[in-house]
Write a protein that binds this ligand. Structure first.
Ligand SMILES: *Cc1c(COP(=O)(O)O)cnc(C)c1O
Length: 330
C-alpha cells in the first residue's frame, strides 16, 4: 500500500466524524461503492476484464468524485466553526453543483464565485439548481476570477471556509484517496485503474490510496501540455513510496467539454450495449481512451481493469453539439 498507516488511521477517524453528522447520512450509505463487471465485445476480443466503480450511483445530486473531495473539507470547515462556505468554478461546474447540494443538506450558507461575467444565476442548469438550493452566485470576468481564485482574501476568505476550484486541496486529495478504500473487495486484484482527469486531484488521490502494484491511468479532459509537469510535481509530493501512474493528454478530443458527433454516438451505442450511462465531458472520453489502449496493446491481454465512473451525469443536461458549445476553457 502506498498509503502510509498514519494517513489511513486519520482517514478512519474522519470517517467516524462523518458518521456522527446526521444530515450527511444519505451520502454515507454507500460507503462501499459498488463495483460491477462491464461486458463489451471489445473487452472480450482483447482478453481483458473490466469492472466499473459506480461513483455515479453515490447519490442522485452529489455524484461521483465530487463528494469524496468535499467531505473532509466540510469537517475542516466545521472544526473551524466557519459561518459560511465559499468556492469557485465555471458555469458548468460539477463541483459547485455538488457543493451547493451538500451545503443545502447542511443548511450552510454558500457563496459561489463563477467564472464569466456574461453568466448569471440562471444561465446553466447547474447554476440554476445551485442557486435554487441557496448558493449565492457571484459572476466575475475571467481576469478577476483568476485573481480571486489565487487570493480568496479579496472575496472575504476570513469569514468563510474556502474550498478551491474543483475541491482540489489536501483534504480533497485525501478524500479522493478514500475512494480507493471504498472499492468493494480487494483492489489488489486490478492491474490497472483508469479515471478521467480535470484538476488531477482525484487521480493523485487514487494513486495515494491504491496499492503500489496497481497502475493508475488518468485521461485528461483538458487540452494543454502544462498538465504533465503539474501532475509530476503533484505525484512527487505524495507521501509513501513512488508507484506507477500515467497521464494521457491525447484523448481530450478537441478540449474541455468539446463533444464531437463521433463521441456522442459512441456514448449512445456504448450505453445501449452495456447499460452503463456516460457523459461527454469526462467519462465518455475516458471510456474511448480505454478502448484505444486496448486496441494499441497498451493495456495488454490478461489485464484486469477498474474503470472509475466519476459521475457527472447531472452535467449532461443541456449539453449542446460543438457549434453551440459554450466556451468552457479553463
Ligand atoms: C470533476 C470531475 C472529474 C475530474 O476530477 P479531478 O479531481 O478534477 O481531476 C472527473 N469526472 C467527473 C464526472 C467530474 O465531475
Amino acid at each position: 500500500m502506498p498509503l502510509p498507516l498514519s494517513i489511513l488511521e486519520q482517514l478512519l477517524r474522519w470517517e467516524q466524524e462523518l458518521d456522527n453528522w446526521p444530515p450527511l447520512q444519505p451520502l454515507l450509505q454507500q460507503r462501499a461503492l459498488p463495483v460491477e463487471p462491464l461486458r463489451h465485445p471489445e473487452f472480450q476480443r482483447h482478453g481483458v476484464s473490466v469492472e466499473v466503480l459506480r461513483g455515479d450511483r453515490l447519490h442522485p445530486l452529489v455524484s461521483g468524485n465530487k463528494w469524496f473531495k468535499l467531505k473532509y473539507n466540510l469537517l475542516a470547515a466545521r472544526r473551524q466553526r466557519s459561518p459560511a462556505l465559499l468556492s469557485f468554478g465555471g458555469p458548468w461546474s460539477n463541483h459547485l453543483h455538488a457543493l451547493a447540494a451538500v451545503a443545502r443538506l447542511l443548511d450552510w450558507p454558500l457563496r459561489g464565485v463563477v467564472r464569466g461575467e456574461e453568466h448569471h444565476a440562471r444561465s446553466t442548469p447547474m447554476l440554476r439548481e445551485a442557486s435554487a438550493w441557496g448558493m449565492r452566485v457571484e459572476t466575475v470576468n475571467r481576469h478577476r476570477y483568476r485573481q480571486l481564485r489565487g487570493q480568496p482574501d479579496l472575496v472575504g476568505a476570513a469569514a468563510h471556509y474556502v474550498i478551491p476550484e474543483g475541491g482540489d486541496n489536501w483534504w480533497g486529495l485525501l478524500g479522493a484517496a478514500s475512494m480507493a478504500l471504498a472499492i468493494s473487495g480487494d483492489p489488489q486484484r486490478f492491474s490497472h485503474v483508469l479515471a478521467a482527469v480535470g484538476t488531477g486531484c482525484t487521480l493523485a488521490g487514487l494513486r495515494l490510496g491504491l496499492p503500489a502494484g496497481v497502475e493508475v491511468l488518468g485521461i485528461s479532459a483538458l487540452k494543454g501540455a502544462w498538465q504533465l509537469p503539474a501532475m509530476e510535481r503533484r505525484m512527487a509530493q505524495l507521501p509513501g513510496p513512488p508507484a506507477p501512474w500515467h497521464l494521457s493528454l491525447a484523448h481530450h478530443r478537441g478540449g474541455f467539454a468539446v463533444a464531437d458527433p463521433a463521441l456522442l454516438s459512441f456514448m449512445a451505442e456504448f450505453s445501449d450495449n452495456t447499460g452503463l450511462p456516460l457523459e461527454p465531458v469526462y467519462t465518455g472520453k475516458a471510456m474511448l481512451a480505454l478502448l484505444d489502449y486496448l486496441a494499441r496493446g497498451i493495456i495488454p491481454s490478461g489485464s484486469r481493469v477498474l474503470f472509475v465512473h466519476s459521475g457527472g451525469l447531472q452535467g449532461q443536461r443541456g449539453f449542446r453539439p460543438p457549434e453551440s458549445t459554450p466556451n468552457l476553457s479553463r
